[in-house]
Ligand binder design. Structure first.
Ligand code: PSV
Ligand code: MN
Length: 408
């Protein structure tokens, strides 16, 4: 392969960072039960510790996404709560990234948050989100990432358009309350927990809500939040072209929002997403000055069985591999095949890049930065997970906590 293309892929890797979700290190389960891991994190301090380990091993995860109700002390003023959480993050060599308000788990949100027919629930959602902005300011975050569970479960339950209008006005208020450097990311999801209609069900609705909110609102694409067979890379290309792609929540799925590790089911789909971004950068090289478009890459995985730390390193490495492959596509050959209407050759160019073994390229990129060539191997050899399991299980026992699986 030409050195020039390898150098371009290396420079793309230089620009690739991916944010880790604090919640991805904690025990989770399904509604049928939880299978606890001794080494899973059970405090914000432990979540940051684990994120710090992933960053140390991979060098590409300097920030952690936080969920306001799960990672900040409740009842404290934003400045104090923010300072405490930011201090914890720093202790472990990471910083706070996106702020995720939580307007879905409290009982008052039974009928929704910003869309609820209950005015006091709408008011509470707004207050919580404004407090989240204050937290974001306190910790120097540039991203307010909003996912709502709002929707209805039965036809006739509520007025879809009253809800839309209510949400439209609320998102504008949220947008206008943000400091100038902050971006509002609007995440969509077709169903769950709402099973009849969801107020922000797809990218088109997220786009329209973002447009109504203001200039600093963009769409967040969670790869798990699509109906089966949806062409996600098409959505990505559209949003990029419209300047409306704010970021990603990466995970994989087979059926619905399964939150599995990235690329575990369909790595080619992730490659095709990165390919659209690399193509966009190639086409806009003059405007972007050789840089990739500024899109926030974030992991949002929350699976049940793989060891949390290994799963996170595996996802980050898979993301880097697929990103490198997409940046190795021979764009000139692709353009020539397209021009000639040679479909087989055009597809072949993509397949050639996808099938390349990029592991030596990414390993040499790591070695040049004093990182382990194979972070997952390094982690597995280190015995760290077994040690954390012992220490954390003992600490839980000392605190009198005895986790037991609960079944619905
Ligand atoms: C909802 O399914 C979601 O994707 C949102 O991003 C939440 O913030 C996250 O998962 C954690 O529950
Ligand atoms: Mn998400």
């Amino acid at each position: 392969m030409q050195d020039k293309r390898i150098r371009a892929a290396m420079s793309a890797l230089d620009q690739f960072v991916i944010e880790l979700p604090s919640w991805g290190f904690a025990d989770t389960g399904t509604r049928f039960g939880k299978f606890f891991q001794d080494a899973a994190a059970s405090s914000t301090d432990e979540k940051f510790h684990d994120a710090g380990v992933v960053h140390k091993l991979t060098g590409v995860c300097p920030t952690v996404a936080v969920h306001v109700l799960w990672d900040f002390e409740r009842g404290k003023k934003p400045r104090a709560a923010g300072a405490e959480t930011a201090r914890l993050a720093k202790t472990h060599g990471v910083a706070i990234g996106s702020i995720n308000p939580n307007v879905f788990q409290d009982p008052q949100y039974k009928l929704g948050s910003f869309c609820s027919p209950d005015k006091s629930a709408r008011k509470a959602a707004m207050q919580h989100t404004l407090d989240s902005i204050a937290l974001g300011k306190a910790v120097g975050s540039n991203l307010l990432s909003l996912w709502l569970a709002d929707g209805t479960n039965y036809p006739g339950q509520d007025s879809i358009l009253r809800r839309k209008h209510e949400l439209q006005a609320a998102l504008k208020e949220v947008h206008d309350a943000m400091p100038g450097r902050m971006t509002l990311l609007v995440e969509y999801k077709p169903f769950e927990p709402a099973f009849y209609h969801t107020d922000i069900a797809d990218w088109g609705m997220a786009y329209i809500f973002a447009k109504h909110a203001g200039k600093r609102a963009k769409v967040l694409v969670d790869t798990g939040h699509h109906l089966p067979a949806c062409n996600i890379e098409h959505i990505v290309a559209f949003l990029l072209d419209e300047g409306m792609l704010g970021g990603f929540h990466f995970n994989d799925r087979k059926y619905a929002d399964d939150d599995l590790t990235l690329g575990s089911i369909d790595p080619y789909a992730v490659f095709r997403i990165f390919d659209q971004i690399a193509q966009y950068a190639f086409d806009h090289d003059d405007d972007l000055g050789g840089k990739l478009p500024g899109v926030a890459y974030m992991v949002d995985q929350s699976h049940n069985l793989k060891p949390k730390l290994e799963a996170m390193v595996q996802t980050v490495m898979t993301a880097q591999d697929l990103f490198a492959k997409a940046n190795l596509v021979d764009r000139k050959a692709l353009a020539a095949a397209r021009k000639a209407g040679d479909i087989v050759a055009a597809e072949g160019v993509l397949r050639d890049a996808f099938e390349l073994d990029v592991r030596p390229i990414v390993a040499s990129w790591r070695l040049a930065r004093n990182l382990p060539a194979d972070p997952l191997h390094e982690l597995r050899q280190s015995g760290l997970i077994a040690q954390l399991g012992k220490d954390r299980a003992a600490a839980r026992k000392a605190r009198g906590e005895t986790p037991s699986a609960s079944y619905a």
